[in-house]
Design a protein around this ligand. Structure first.
Ligand SMILES: Cc1ncc(COP(=O)(O)O)c(C=O)c1O
Length: 486
């Protein structure tokens, strides 16, 4: 499908127009966007006339800049389709992918997760103190290979935190420290695929020998999570999601486990209703199945206390996964799995085999951050900032697009904006990414969704960025999908 960059989105790509040297601003800005991948190969640029009008420059200035970039091989002029972004070898793009400032001061090249927090909020001073305090407190014996289950001080601090913040039923011995939810899921997937947890192939209740193990997943769901399950050799079965969350009545009999996001469904943002929670647990109990509860952003609820974890209702069958990726930073690669004893044993062994354990100084720092109250202080501050940004964006959207209903509860770092068709979806995603805002097509998260939408990462959209972001979405929504494709 052809992606066209809307004229208004050009301003977002280029940033504010300077008082002079506009030719250079235009040329350098376009070059940077092509090289770092914000403008994807094949994207059609607006016509010279439309671009000139949107940017407030002469058509001659636009054409001169375009000519230079065509000469450099970054743009291609095609007789009937117009000027198109050329395809570049991958290393050129990735090497320079972080050079251009975008909303919030950080670049958002292709592939940045929509759920990434604003790195400008990372509590550098508190983390530095926590590293110092944590490392000072380590015994010599703790500076050998790590306990693959996790540093005892961190497991203890996490158990206290998860009991308080998530209502989880957990003690330190139920916690396994992992490198993010992603690693926790990958390890659990391998255990499920090889029958080391839940009924194994050929046993009562298990799949026939040689049959791949099936796991029920929400549809739509995180593409990355699905990839992890498939990589482990599992087969997935999509179960639809509505306003009350997963349709638990449609969970398949032949699945050995279900991967769910009950506190804030990814990506639709709904909460699993109480009756659905009960139905999910009844399904799990009936077939001795596991529920994998991905609690990825549950602490970031803005309108009320987060709903408690499903794990609290059945700690024998629910495995709770979480991490610091949404609140602190995904760069830390620190997360946890809370699991029943029959899962903890194989999981710790799988963790040991995977990487011999997670970095001890990092674990000690997180334990210190939790123990000192700095984690909770950061949580309160981050919630306020993200709530303000989310409100500003939603208010502006409600004014610009009164007919568009953004679903989901006030939580997390992303929202889904419905758009009228596949072409509008592609145009909005391209425009937002070009402007440095993480965005994914909703279609990419589902195999069966009928509607179209854009999953927008909101964490780095500051109030000053809101008009530009809304303009991209408005243009996409108001343009009938078919007309975008020529
Ligand atoms: C729904 C969901 N689950 C899990 C993850 C993985 O998170 P982690 O960084 O903890 O591995 C992500 C990351 O974006 C996510 O969006």
């Amino acid at each position: 499908m052809t992606t066209r960059l809307e004229p208004d989105a050009l301003l977002l790509v280029l940033g504010p127009r300077p008082g002079r040297d506009v030719g250079r601003w235009l040329g350098d800005g376009l070059r940077a966007a092509v090289v770092d991948g914000r403008l994807e190969a094949g994207t059609v640029l607006p016509s010279g006339r439309d671009a000139a009008a949107a940017l407030g420059v002469s058509r001659g200035t636009v054409m001169a800049a375009v000519d230079v970039l065509v000469g450099e091989g970054l743009l291609v002029s095609r007789p009937r389709s117009g000027v198109v972004v050329a395809s570049l070898p991958a290393p050129d793009r990735t090497a320079r992918a972080v050079t251009r400032a975008a909303p919030g001061g950080a670049a958002a090249p292709r592939g940045v997760s929509v759920g990434t927090p604003d790195p400008a909020l990372f509590p550098r001073a508190a983390w530095a103190r926590a590293v110092r305090d944590g490392v000072r407190g380590l015994a010599d014996a703790e500076l050998g290979y790590p306990d693959p289950q996790g540093l005892p001080a961190l497991r203890e601090a996490l158990a206290v935190h998860l009991r308080r913040a998530r209502g989880a039923r957990v003690t330190a011995s139920d916690v396994v420290v992992v490198s993010g939810v992603a690693q926790g899921l990958a390890l659990l997937a391998r255990l499920l695929a090889t029958g080391r947890v839940a009924p194994s192939p050929g046993t009562r209740g298990g799949p026939a020998p040689g049959e791949p193990v099936r796991v029920a997943v929400e549809d739509p769901s995180s593409r990355g999570a699905l990839d992890l399950l498939h990589d482990a050799g599992l087969r997935t079965a999509g179960v639809p999601v509505d306003a009350d969350g997963l349709r638990a009545d449609l969970l398949p009999d032949d699945a050995r486990a279900a991967l769910v996001t009950p506190a804030h469904q990814f990506p639709l943002g709904v909460v699993l209703a109480p009756a659905r929670r009960r139905a999910l647990l009844a399904w799990a109990a009936a077939g001795d199945r596991l529920v994998l509860e991905d609690d990825y952003d549950a602490e970031l609820r803005y309108d009320r206390r987060p709903v408690a974890s499903v794990q609290a209702l059945d700690p024998e069958r629910v495995v709770l996964l979480g991490s610091v990726s949404k609140l602190l930073s995904p760069a830390l690669r620190l997360g946890w799995v809370v699991a029943p004893p029959r899962v903890v044993g194989p999981l710790v062994e799988a963790k040991r085999r995977a990487d011999l354990g997670t970095s001890v100084p990092e674990q000690a720092a997180l334990a210190a951050l939790l123990g000192s109250g700095a984690y909770q202080r950061h949580l309160r501050r981050a919630r306020l900032v993200y709530l303000r940004r989310r409100r500003a964006l939603l208010d502006a959207l409600a004014t610009a697009l009164p007919g568009v209903r953004v679903g989901g509860v006030a939580a997390g770092l992303h929202l889904v904006v419905p758009v009228p068709g596949a072409a509008a979806e592609a145009a909005a995603v391209a425009g937002l990414r070009a402007a440095g805002v993480p965005a994914e097509p909703l279609g990419g998260t589902s195999s069966s969704l009928a509607g179209h939408g854009v999953v927008v990462g909101t964490a780095r959209v500051r109030e000053g960025d809101v008009p530009g972001v809304v303009q991209v979405l408005r243009t996409a929504c108001l343009t009938p999908g078919e007309e975008l494709v020529r």
